[in-house]
Design a protein around this ligand. Structure first.
Ligand code: ADP
Ligand code: MG
Length: 460
């Protein structure tokens, strides 16, 4: 082998080894999003240059994964002292100036448009997969539980109960389990249905005296998925029939997966025996996505839709649509429609106009920065101190209040809150939130403080 070839082998092998290890450290979806189309262009005197498909990935790898990448590379080859990232395509030695995200999408050949057909038997929509489900602190427990269930239906957690607000990925996750099981074991019988459909099925079958026939459909199902189970509230007859279907499947170790907009104990007019069944397995919530994950979702969706928008446009959307992932998608669709009509992607100004109706005035929205600012101002301490690790009594107290607001107003996940405040553990965040929430019940002056700070947060 000539030295040149062995050098090439070297860097490629190195990158392959890195990718193999990264896969164990991060989720499948994040791996697919951030490490697809990456490679190494050169390895010289301790410096490794990694190519990434666009600026967006570059920033992401630099800010979020550089430590991990460096650690793994350094373990593989002690001589490596530095990792740099360059926009370009792997294999291109001679790269021009950085591409914008949009350029990058044009440059990289796109996948064929996939057509999604809903399976008539299972009601599963193949568009919902684990591969295109982005994970962040707000949904990682739900995703991990769903993944575990997909790996061993009927034995990991039964039932699996996922709850969370509108448009946050419950249906996506439920269907992803179904699709994953169907892919792995095609002969398994899977059924996805909404609780409304289930209810009307029961009611019709009662009318037509076909209840037994209706129930027979569920007899030999391996994975039963019922979405939005909160709608069973108050429907006694349906609950009764569902109870029998549930037991029958459960006893045969068949997997049951449910979703709801609230936890079982908060569903009104739900029979106690059903509630206790729901609570007998795994309950996982999906809270609100943090900014980073919202950006990751926008990026992944643009790729899916084969459109590319400038980073500032994506950032504008991500920082202004804070709650609902479906709305994030809606915003992208508007911009995509513009791009199609005008043959060019909208710039930030155009995007702002296009999204005027979708995005409320940002002034009305809270965010972690406003919360920290308002809390610091109220207690007359420095913002930096709240975010730091100081253990001074009054600072610890303000920090707890700030943590409380992040949870209360933004529904941030506890791991996210912990990390935000001096890289603390999620248990610290849980403790802070519980402490303040409990005190609010009995301490009137704290209630007053909280409401004053809140006013301030929404005024900023
Ligand atoms: P829900 O059932 O909670 O109301 P959906 O599952 O219908 O929400 O999600 C709304 C939209 O957002 C869907 O198009 C879904 O694919 C998308 N979505 C939600 N969460 C994610 C995620 N984590 N990654 C990628 N797409 C997501
Ligand atoms: Mg849904």
């Amino acid at each position: 082998m000539t030295p040149v070839i062995s050098l090439t082998m070297d860097k490629e092998e190195l990158w392959q080894a890195l990718l193999a290890q990264i896969q164990f450290n991060i989720s499948k979806a994040n791996f697919a999003t951030w490490f697809k189309n990456t490679g190494v262009v050169s390895k010289n005197e301790g410096q490794v240059i990694v190519t990434v498909p666009n600026n967006f990935s570059k920033e992401w790898l630099e800010n979020k994964y550089n430590k991990l990448i460096f650690k793994i590379l350094h373990n593989l080859d002690e001589g490596i002292k530095e990792v740099k990232y360059l926009v370009g395509r792997p294999g291109l030695e001679n790269m021009g100036p950085s591409m914008t995200t949009a350029d990058a999408y044009e440059a990289v050949p796109q996948l064929e448009i996939q057509e999604f057909k809903i399976n008539k038997e299972s009601n599963l929509n193949p568009r919902y997969t684990f591969e295109n489900f982005i994970i962040g602190p707000f949904n990682e427990l739900a995703q991990a539980s769903a993944w575990a269930v997909a790996q061993s239906p009927g034995s990991a957690f039964n039932p699996l109960f996922i709850y969370g607000g509108v448009g946050l990925g419950k249906t996506h996750l439920l269907q992803a389990v179904g699709n994953e099981v169907a892919k792995k074991v095609p002969q398994k019988k899977i059924k996805y249905t909404s609780s409304e459909k289930f209810t009307s099925g029961i009611i019709n079958s009662i009318k037509n005296r076909e209840v037994e026939k209706f129930k027979a459909v569920f007899k030999d199902i391996d994975v039963l998925i019922i979405d939005d189970i909160q709608f069973l509230s108050g429907k006694e007859k349906t609950q009764e029939e569902f109870f029998h279907i549930f037991n029958n499947l459960y006893e045969k170790n068949k997997q049951i997966i449910l979703s709801s907009d609230r936890p079982p104990k908060a569903i009104a007019a739900l029979e106690e025996r059903l509630r206790s069944r729901f609570e007998g397995g795994m309950i996982a919530d999906i809270s609100l996505p943090d900014l980073e994950t919202r950006l990751a979702i926008l990026k992944a969706k643009s790729q899916e839709k084969k459109v590319g928008f400038a980073d500032d446009v994506l950032e504008y959307i991500a920082s202004n649509i804070q709650i609902n992932i479906r709305e994030l998608e809606g915003a992208l669709n508007r911009l995509a429609a513009y791009q199609k009509l005008n043959n060019q992607p909208p710039n930030l100004e155009v995007a702002k106009t296009l999204l005027k109706n979708v995005i409320f005035s940002p002034k009305k929205l809270a965010n972690p920065e406003k919360i920290i600012k308002a809390v610091a101002a109220f207690y007359n301490i420095k913002e930096k101190d709240i975010l730091d690790t100081s253990r001074k009594k009054e600072i610890v107290r303000s920090r707890q209040v700030a943590m409380y607001f992040l949870r209360q107003e933004l529904k941030s996940s506890f791991p996210f809150i912990g990390k935000k405040f001096g890289g603390k553990d999620h248990t610290t965040a849980i403790h802070a939130y519980n402490k303040i929430a409990k005190e609010v019940e009995s301490n009137d002056s704290l209630v007053e403080e909280i409401s004053l700070i809140k006013e301030q947060i929404y005024r900023l």
